[in-house]
Every structure is written in C-alpha cells, then in structure tokens.
Design a protein around this ligand. Structure first.
Ligand SMILES: NC(=O)N[C@H]1NC(=O)NC1=O
Length: 169
C-alpha cells in the first residue's frame, strides 16, 4: 500500500505503471492524473480521476469502454485478463457459472456489443453473477447515450476499488 505522500513522490513513469490499469488498459488516463498532483488524499485522487474521465470527448469515452474485456468471455477462458480483472471476475463468482449461465452471459454480451458497438461494463466486485445477468438484460433496452453514461459510471466504481487497493485511504 502507498501513502498519498509516496504517491505524490512517484516519478511519472512509475505513477503510470502503478495506476495504468485503474481504468482498464488506460495508461493515458494515469498520465493525465499524474500531472494533477500534489494530491491531498485518496478521495482527492479519486475526485481528480473522475474529472479526467468526465473531461474526455464522447469518442474517447466509448474508447475507454472498448478497453474492457467481456465478463466471463474468451479472454477470461484463456487466462488472458489483467490481474485486476481476474480478481474481480472471481469475486463476482464468474469463474463458477453453470453451463447455462455461461451460455446466457455469452449470448447477452454478444447482443449488447452488437447493439451498442462496445462491451457491457459493470463493476463485478459490487455484483454477483445473477445480478450481472439481470443488469445485462435490463440495460439492453437503453439508448446508446444512456449506456455510455451508465458504463462510465461503472468504470468509475471499478477504478475506485482498484485505487483503494493500492492507496491508503
Ligand atoms: N466488462 C466488464 O465489465 N469488465 C470489467 N468489470 C470489472 O469489474 N472488471 C472488468 O474488467
């Protein structure tokens, strides 16, 4: 764990290494966040991180969503997820789905991606498998604008938990 003082002292490359996956596969977000230092505490770091995300253009917001792996998708099956995603998907019980649940999740993930052009994103650590399947069905009827907003709110929840794993609160 790092204190906020230690976070403020990291050189930019090291900062980007530590926080490059706070938002999945988005070191460019970490690089912008690095320049917002000094930070007062973990809450301040999170507030700045959210403001970097909110300041993105619409197309960069969609690009952030596209960096996320499908839940219980091919990457998960092949063991190719980031360490963070692996732990989160396990926490939601996604490594213990029944064959039927696996099939349903795959099918729903595909229809979602077909409809919106980006993957379904939800904070796995705040949900169990059944809630994720329900959420997927429920959110499928939203407009693309609404889903970009909901997806980004989930990205922030994921990032918050990832940051609090690393920075002393
Ligand atoms: N698709 C998706 O939501 N992926 C993610 N959710 C989460 O909690 N970790 C992820 O990688």
């Amino acid at each position: 764990m790092l204190t906020i003082t230690a976070v403020n002292l990291l050189d930019p490359a090291e900062f980007t290494r530590v926080f490059g996956n706070a938002v999945e596969h988005a070191p460019s977000i970490a690089a912008v966040l690095a320049r917002r230092r000094p930070l007062r505490d973990a809450q301040h770091l999170l507030a700045e991180l959210y403001s970097v995300i909110d300041g993105l253009s619409d197309s960069d917001k969609v690009d952030i969503l596209r960096r996320h792996p499908d839940l219980a998708g091919t990457l998960a099956e092949q063991g190719l997820l980031t360490a963070e995603s692996t732990r989160e998907q396990k926490a939601a019980g996604l490594d213990q789905l029944t064959e039927q649940q696996k099939y349903d999740l795959k099918r729903l993930n595909l229809s979602y991606r077909d409809k919106f052009g980006f993957p379904f994103v939800i904070c796995a650590r705040e949900n169990r498998a059944v809630a994720i399947l329900e959420g997927l069905t429920r959110r499928m009827i939203n407009t693309p604008e609404k889903e970009v907003a909901v997806g980004l709110a989930e990205v922030k929840k994921i990032a918050r938990l990832r940051v609090l794993d690393v920075v002393v609160a």
